[in-house]
Write a protein that binds this ligand. Structure first.
Ligand code: NAD
Length: 271
């Protein structure tokens, strides 16, 4: 399987089984491809069957091992069925990347409906809980593992995107959840860490409804662009995937309960 010079060794996750939610696109897709290239057997979960099947077909064509799991992370029954599928086929689970998420409705706080608020929370925050809840028994049975949650700068270090209060709140909740369960699950040798990505070109804008946001966004501008490390341009999804790889691998075996910012320094300016 072709791996670039910047990628980790191809056998570094050999023997491990990884579940990645939201694996049909963006950061989840890059992560699925990278972990498979490193030897993990990848259960690629997404609610969009077509996109995730394409990713799985590519991984298999490149010599990797991957399984399509079609499920909505906000639906406990669908997640349970997905975990049963993994257990029946591979009998174990070592890595969980709770990555599926949506931007939801971005609007003035008094114009967000309760149903719109709930939908963002249900996918991003409750979906993360449900993913961990469904996976934990198999991780325990496997003798431990690594859980990686995909939060954001928004709600953790950056608060200037005023219309995104539901999204940011869901992402802040993921940080607290990650720290809580890191301690709870440590006795089972399950590590839990949270990645806070900056801005990456993915399909997430398609999951966003913007409504009356024009006058809300605060003009937080920097002379040389918004990413100090690049002088402007955003990151590429593989740069998040490599951090997932590190947290998934045994090289990070003493790292748990922490957040890792992958943003080229952007949040240091925005905070
Ligand atoms: N792209 C960024 O700049 C950025 C920045 C910070 C955080 N994030 C976070 O990274 C994660 C991935 O985002 P992305 O940018 O790759 O987005 P994306 O839209 O490109 O991919 C998200 C994937 O998740 C799937 N998905 C959405 N809701 C789902 C559900 N209920 N059940 C199952 N699958 C579902 C989608 O079908 C899609 O394939 C999200 O949690 C997002 O909040 C992204």
């Amino acid at each position: 399987m072709s791996v670039g010079i910047m990628n980790p060794p191809t056998d570094s996750l050999a023997g491990k089984v990884a579940l990645i939610t939201g694996a049909g696109s963006g950061l989840g897709e890059a992560t699925a491809r990278l972990l498979a290239a490193c030897g993990a057997r990848v259960a690629a979960l997404d609610r969009d069957k077509e996109t995730v099947q394409r990713v799985v077909a590519d991984i298999v064509a490149a010599g990797g091992t991957a399984l399509t799991v079609v499920a909505d992370v906000s639906a406990p029954d669908q997640l349970a069925a997905g975990l049963e599928q993994i257990k029946a086929i591979w009998g174990r689970l070592d890595i969980v990347v709770a990555n599926a998420g949506i931007n939801g409705v971005w609007a003035p706080v008094d114009e967000i409906t309760p149903d719109e608020w709930d939908r963002t929370m249900n996918v991003n925050l409750k979906g993360t809980f449900l993913t961990v809840r469904a996976s934990t028994p198999l991780l325990k049975e496997s003798g431990g593992g690594s859980v990686i949650l995909m939060s954001s700068l928004m709600g953790t270090r950056m608060f200037s995107t005023s219309s995104a209060s539901s999204y940011a709140t869901s992402k802040a909740g993921m940080v607290a959840f990650g720290r809580m369960i890191a301690l709870e699950l440590a006795r089972h040798k399950i590590r839990v860490n949270t990645i806070c990505p900056g801005a990456f070109a993915t399909n997430i804008v398609k999951s966003t409804t913007f409504r009356n946001t024009r006058d809300l966004h605060l003009p937080v501008l920097f002379p040389e662009g918004k990413v100090p490390l690049t002088g402007g341009p955003n990151g590429s999804p593989i740069q998040v995937a490599r951090v997932v790889w590190f947290l998934a691998s045994d090289l990070s075996d003493f790292v748990t309960g922490t957040e890792v910012y992958v943003d080229g320094g952007q949040s240091l300016l925005a905070g």
